[in-house]
Design a binder for this molecule. Structure first.
Ligand SMILES: [Zn+2]
Ligand SMILES: [Zn+2]
Length: 191
């Protein structure tokens, strides 16, 4: 089965169709970003994701302060995982304020607590997520070492299998993130 077909099969049982393919126009991809499907879908997700974050914060009596919103927006706009220092650089662009790392980390902590952002432990970088996962939902990231693209996937079968294993240990998970590192289908084709 082709990689793309596999991805679609994995997605099938979930309405989750995030194609978070970062840096698609860089590296060995000869690829015009403005025509990239991933970039367009990501841009669409940004508005929905930000609006959803605003709504959820209001409902939970939490404040999406300007810095929290700016960090979340930056993570949506880049559609690639960003570290704290990259976020400082992005937010400082065009004469913007240069924030202290602690300010960025506090904003990220809040965004992760609220379920708006995932952390990729293997790169110490962050991605925006508009899906509002349940705490028992397993999130899998396919991280491409060729183009830096990250695809987020869900599989009910995988969630069930891991939940069963965790329940058998009477373990209470706070977050469940599976990181799979390798080469995406596109990069494998380009070779
Ligand atoms: Zn997610
Ligand atoms: Zn790739």
């Amino acid at each position: 089965m082709a990689q793309d077909a596999q991805d679609h099969a994995q997605d099938h049982a979930h309405d989750h169709d995030m194609r978070d393919h970062g840096k698609h126009d860089h590296g060995k991809h000869d690829h015009d970003h403005s025509h990239c499907r991933h970039a367009r879908e990501r841009a669409d997700l940004a508005d929905t994701g930000l609006a959803r974050a605003e709504e959820l914060c209001a409902a939970r009596r939490q404040r999406l302060t300007p810095i929290r919103r700016a960090v979340l927006e930056a993570l949506y706009r880049t559609h690639a995982p960003l570290g704290a220092y990259e976020l400082i650089a992005v937010l400082g662009e065009g004469g913007g304020k240069t924030h202290a790392p602690i300010t960025i980390y506090r904003a990220l902590d809040f965004l992760m607590e609220q379920g708006f952002v995932h952390r990729l432990a293997s790169r110490n970088a962050f991605v925006a997520c508009p899906h509002g996962h349940a705490p028992d939902e397993l999130v899998a990231f396919l991280i491409c070492e060729g183009c830096g693209g990250v695809d987020e996937r869900h599989s009910p079968a995988l969630t069930r299998a891991v939940s069963g294993m965790i329940a058998a240990e009477a373990f209470k998970p706070r977050q469940q993130v599976l990181e799979i590192v390798g080469l995406c289908g596109h990069c494998r084709e380009v070779g």
